[in-house]
Design a protein around this ligand. Sequence first.
Ligand code: NAP
Ligand code: GLV
Ligand code: GLV
Length: 330
Amino acid sequence: MMRKMPKVLATSRIPEEGLRMLEEHCDVKVFDYEGVFPRDVLLKEVNGVNAIVCLLADKIDGEVMDAAGPQLKIIANYAVGFDNIDVDAATKRGIMVTNTPGVLTDTTADLAWALLLATARRVVEGDKFLRQGKFKGWKPMLLLGTDVYHATLGIIGFGNIGRAVARRAMGFDMKIIYYSAHKAPVELERKLNAEYRPLDDLLKEADFVSIHVPLTKETRHLIGERELKMMKKEAYLINTARGPIVDEKALAKALKEGWIRGAGLDVFEREPEVEPELLELDNAVLLPHLGSASYATRAKMATMVAENALKALKGEVPPNLINPEVIMGR
Ligand code: NAP
Ligand code: GLV
Ligand code: GLV
């Protein structure tokens, strides 16, 4: 008798490199909805699967896990951020949860820099201006922006991506200050020329503030009206982490009323929705969550997800296990 292959539900098509690895060993059902995978379909289709391969927009909570059944071994997130998954609920049920750290660090740091430069030097406004036929010739006061070089960069969340953003800032001779859950080792501070600051001090001092903390209970609305008002009037806010870390309504008000000069956003509070007021503002550059969106990185994330799922299905420890409590005492 042929051995039954484990069942995998993929809530979206992922790059071939990973999909092929999964299909070699598993019975994979791939969905391909244009937007977010509908919750009712998820609750129905998850029944009986051994692994879920999901995206950051898929809310995987206890209800989904129970709808899957006790044979569910692993939830493999196609993202480094895993705020979409109720990890405690998974641990209680003995389900492994994995993510894709590291491979997307530099790609996401590059995008944070793209937003920083685009907002400071009004790249998107300039492009629009030219295409609208408004460029009549070089002018001393045309579309003036803010210098990036020698400015002070404040990094909130000094993990993989935050540090990669700091490394890039060295080429612009910036002063680098950071706030994070823990102070970095002195050696690293020295190497990156970075100094720790309490959050309020960082907000008051930085010309550019870039957010790189995960979304947790503690970081939800970490940046609200109070914090935006602490920032310099000439400062910019860059968010490539998660939308709900910033109070989007307060940010729209800040940009409109000139509490700060501009913002570059890759993430939003209620994705894919965007606060309508932001859409009207020229001093905001808005991207559709493109942080890790390079061909090479998305392919690496796909093989990482496949490796995590396959290892767990074989009863081995997946390389990017978030909840090792599940395998303790095995
Ligand atoms: P990481 O290496 O885990 O870094 C996160 C950092 O945030 C850590 O240094 C951590 O400090 C710090 N932190 C955690 N909770 C904090 C708190 N309450 N207050 C202050 N600092 C806190 O993660 P990463 O790979 O850099 O990714 C960061 C986030 O970026 C992800 O969680 C994800 O949401 C987002 N992301 C977005 C995109 C995109 O497409 N736009 C792409 C990739 C990642 P400790 O280490 O001291 O705990
Ligand atoms: C993207 O946002 C990620 O967390 O990987
Ligand atoms: C600008 O193009 C300059 O030459 O200064």
